[in-house]
Design a protein around this ligand. Structure first.
Ligand code: SAH
Ligand code: MG
Length: 191
């Protein structure tokens, strides 16, 4: 897919939960405002967000993790189509068992919501000074979840507990923006 619109269309037709427009705009905004240069993404899906981030500036470096083979391969094609493969390192595998070597300016946690706490605790160790952690889908109203009421209730509880947890973190300034996409949490370390 060689246009952003085509990726958006594909995502919609195939129920791939790519980031919402406002969420992506927020990520772009903080990259520009802070002159951020690196991005760690947990959950690549088909490459929508990481391609958009790469396109902000050619000096931005990205590591993105995905454990669904089909999506990993579609993302690979998309990344090639946009000619940003020199900026994006893709890792195929379960993020639970992956330990990055480097530090990142922005860490975007956008994988299985029940693992948010685990991923936050683990990957926050890889945040650069003055970096930002963003957690997507805090209110999770993705289409496939809407279809199943029980599942939605379960996820609502998971998200509620996670919200309560991040609000206890003393080392971070925590903001939850319910009005951006289906809700994002933004964490910055206190100094
Ligand atoms: N960040 C993407 C959308 C990600 S959707 C974007 O905005 O464009 C969430 C993705 O996380 C799914 O593709 C799912 O397969 C992946 N995922 C969920 N749990 C994972 C894990 N433990 N390790 C790696 N990928 C995971
Ligand atoms: Mg998401």
């Amino acid at each position: 897919m060689n246009s952003i619109e085509k990726i958006e269309e594909f995502a919609k037709e195939n129920y791939v939960p790519i980031a919402r427009k406002e969420t992506l705009e927020y990520i772009k905004k903080i990259f520009k405002e802070n002159n951020y240069k690196s991005f760690l993404e947990i959950g690549t899906a088909i490459g929508y967000t990481c391609i958009n981030v790469a396109l902000i500036d050619p000096s931005i470096r990205i590591l993105t993790l995905e454990y669904e083979e089909k999506r990993f391969n579609i993302a690979k094609e998309n990344i090639k189509d946009f000619k940003v493969e020199n900026q994006i390192q893709q890792v195929y595998g379960d993020a639970r068992f992956f330990y990055p070597d480097l530090y990142y300016d922005v860490i975007f946690i956008d994988a299985a919501k029940k693992r948010n706490k685990y991923f936050l605790d683990k990957f926050s160790k890889r945040l650069n000074n003055f970096g930002t952690i963003i957690i997507d889908n805090m209110n999770l109203d993705d289409l496939w979840v809407d279809a199943k009421k029980e599942k939605k209730e379960k996820y609502d509880l998971v998200n509620k507990e996670f919200k309560e947890y991040i609000l206890t973190l003393k080392d971070y300034e925590v903001n939850i923006y319910d009005d951006i996409g289906d809700g994002i949490a933004v964490l910055k370390r206190k100094y």
